[in-house]
Design a protein around this ligand. Sequence first.
Ligand code: FAD
Length: 298
Amino acid sequence: MTPSTIRELLAARRQPTLSLEFYPPKDPLGFGILGGSIERMRPVHPDFVTCTYGAGGSSREFSFAAWDLLGRMGFTPVVAHLTCVGASRADLAAQIDRIHASGIRNIMALRGDPPRGETTFKPAPDGLAHASDLVALIKSRHPDICCGVAGYPETHPEAPSPADDLRHLREKVDAGADFINTQLFFDNAAYFRFLDAARAAGIRAPILPGLMPVASAAQLDRSLAFSRATAPQKLREALQTPDPEAARAAGIEWLVAQIDGLIAHGAPGIHLYILNQARTILDPRLAECLARWRKASS
Ligand SMILES: Cc1cc2nc3c(=O)[nH]c(=O)nc-3n(C[C@H](O)[C@H](O)[C@H](O)COP(=O)(O)OP(=O)(O)OC[C@H]3O[C@@H](n4cnc5c(N)ncnc54)[C@H](O)[C@@H]3O)c2cc1C
């Protein structure tokens, strides 16, 4: 039987896991398109999928609908993301109970970002200030839920120092987090440095590297703007071509090289921020890379 939690899945794995991240569409047409994308992605057989959370009332419902769609279409286990944005403790408790009642047993516990234009996060009245508080709340209500948390190879932008950020990551694990999923990065050296520093700080939880395929210089810039990660000049140069197909190919080649390097050095899995795009994951160069690693380690 397939394990229902990521904790069990990572403990039982004989090979690195492949996970895909989705985001919820905003209307019925978008849900139809997402359903079609999932159908096309079936041959990829991800080990698990995650889907992001929008905190507002309607966005929240779209997240629940997307988790439900992924589960109904057999893309399981589903990891439901949850943030502290705009929610009181009682509201979050109700969301956690609702997720549990829907059968989902994995939550990515996040604080969420400050609103656009603000640099500091202000919790809602009677809300939670840090992701570690959310992990503790989840575990206190449903100890059978497996919790993932975010880790930042290039340090979270609000943290005064990498050491402070790692201390807070340790607090999330001490509160009960079962695994860590990293922010995207384009230079594997950042992941390996982070891994060493996390282990030196006593963090033992598996750390899944998060990678984003980019198909153009503009897409790279957008991903750097929201993640505040950095990109090697070589990647930027490779994407600077007037031919969109050549840029797409360069982005895939970069991703494949990152995956090969991570797997060769023992990463527990690969998490792909695929932005609902079937085309990327079905690219023959990426498909060949995934098949190679899964075959080699099976
Ligand atoms: C894998 C992944 C998935 C994501 N999914 C979503 C999503 O679905 N929806 C969404 O809105 N956003 C999402 N985000 C973005 C995330 O919400 C932001 O990066 C946010 O700014 C921080 O969230 P966090 O959970 O890391 O917060 P925290 O772990 O709370 O950390 C935030 C900052 O506070 C500091 N800090 C933590 N604890 C303390 C403390 N006790 N005292 C002082 N400082 C502290 C940390 O060092 C860090 O600088 C995701 C990010 C990642 C990496």
